[in-house]
Design a protein around this ligand. Sequence first.
Ligand SMILES: [Zn+2]
Length: 128
Amino acid sequence: MTEWTEGRKRSFIVSVLRSGTRRWPPKFLTLNEAKTEKKINVKTGRLAQHYLCAGCDNDFPAKDINVDHIIPVVGPEGFVNWDTYIERMYCDKENFQILCTNCHTEKSMGERQSRKQKHVAPVKKKKA
Ligand SMILES: [Zn+2]
């Protein structure tokens, strides 16, 4: 077996952990609570269960929504350690919300941005 770099090993572990969330029950509780109604998916013309987006208050079929971690798995401070990572990824139902693709993209971009800013130029707090 060829030697694995730290980065490769880390992304392997991340993908294993992520795939486990597909079976993480609190996630489905949140999903269930966000159910609105079965109606015609405008894109496919088929009857589909819709879910309420916590960001824009519209409802979308399952294909167009994401289960989002309100407190991101990796916060503005970046990767802390595996304990924190796992704790945040496998969180309680209260930390999950349903976001449509647009709202989710916007939120992730904001999070990436704040991570980047923190990394590149830490903003010093002004003394009061
Ligand atoms: Zn939305």
